[in-house]
Design a binder for this molecule. Structure first.
Ligand code: ADP
Ligand code: MG
Length: 335
């Protein structure tokens, strides 16, 4: 009997992941494509394309077609998804003919934006497409009991956005989405280094600095690294030493915006659920959850327990995958 392939996709601003039933996460690539501007063809995708950022000749452009969690460039997103489907087929060693796809959309997305995600997946060759709210997927992926009448608070810090949601009984009770995430931190670092040292650095360097010496908590043991950039005064290459204290200073405003979003969501929590929040706390997920000192800093600020998801970069993809089985049941019921 012919059975339809089923996959879950986390179409993130920074990373795109594919989950296949029974196999787990089979593909994990940065959401970056390199396009030949003469032919409009995708010449590289994912890690390969990300390495090219800021290093390409005139005819090659590196593009991140998703912005703030939603599609910014529809055609390129479709090309990217098509390539992703091909790569997934190759990984699985079978052709993915018209798979059924579960894909997540940020809870802050408008209906037009959600529709665009659905259409893009369809035109990349999918059969049926199911949308799931991203924070719900993240919670399912982290094994929270989302279908019980218990407050589950998820803070998903991705590349473009941070989403804070209270989920109970399978749905979102209250949520906030702000356009502050990993990309903003990178930009904060570029601006900081430019202002303080008159040194121009690229976004890749800024991201590496953030991952290596970015700290959310003021109190920590100082770490320093050397970085290279272009001296804006002499125009020549220059190496400077940067400290983790400076990183904290650079990212402070953005960190505070994330804290405010968490506070505002907790303030909007229905009274009956407050007890759960105090007991069970908040779960951090998304790549931003991995920032040094973030857990301790938030714990100090919001005075409820703060946990980090077992695999923050994969929670959403795992959640879309797990929800495949629920969707199967729905499909069978509809038959
Ligand atoms: P999205 O869902 O938007 O694709 P992800 O959840 O994949 O985003 O997270 C990507 C973001 O996480 C990027 O901005 C990346 O720089 C950041 N990130 C990854 N690892 C770390 C780390 N160890 N410390 C801080 N930020 C990190
Ligand atoms: Mg995400």
């Amino acid at each position: 009997m012919f059975s339809t392939a089923e996959i879950g996709i986390d179409l993130g601003t920074a990373n795109i992941l594919v989950y296949s039933k029974g196999k787990g996460v089979v593909l994990n690539e940065p959401s970056v494509v390199a396009i030949d501007t003469n032919t409009n063809k995708v010449v590289a995708l994912g890690h390969e394309a990300k390495r090219m950022i800021g290093r390409t000749p005139d005819n090659i452009e590196t593009i991140r077609p998703l912005k703030d969690g939603v599609i910014a460039d529809y055609d390129i997103t479709t090309s990217m998804l098509r390539t992703i489907m091909k790569m997934t087929s190759k990984k699985l060693g079978m052709s993915l003919r018209k798979p059924n796809v579960v894909i997540c959309a940020p809870s802050g997305a408008t209906s037009v934006e959600k529709r665009a995600i659905e259409d893009a997946v369809k035109s990349s060759g999918a059969n049926q497409v199911f949308l799931i709210e991203e924070p719900v997927a993240a919670a399912i992926g982290a094994d929270l009991p989302v279908d019980e009448p218990i407050a589950n608070v998820v803070v998903d810090i991705g590349g473009g956005t941070t989403e804070v949601a209270i989920i109970s009984f399978g749905g979102i009770v209250s949520c906030q989405s702000i356009r502050v995430g990993g990309d903003q931190f990178d930009d904060d670092i570029v601006q900081f280094v430019r202002k303080k040292y008159n040194l121009l650095i690229g976004e890749r360097t800024a991201e590496e600095m953030k991952i290596e010496i970015g700290y959310a908590l003021v109190k920590h043991e100082e770490v320093k690294i050397n970085i290279r950039g272009r001296d804006l005064v002499t125009g020549l290459p220059k190496t400077i030493s940067v400290s983790s204290y400076e990183m904290q200073e650079a990212m402070q405003d953005s960190l505070l915006q994330i804290l405010e979003a968490i506070r505002a969501t907790l303030e909007a929590c229905p009274p009956e659920l407050i007890g759960d929040v105090v007991d069970r706390g908040v779960l951090l997920t998304g790549g931003g959850a991995l920032m040094n000192g973030l857990q301790d800093w938030l714990r100090e600020e919001i005075v409820v327990p703060v946990h980090i998801a077992p695999n923050p970069l994969e929670s959403v993809a795992i959640g879309t995958g797990k929800s495949l089985s629920i969707i199967n049941k729905l499909l069978q019921a509809a038959r």
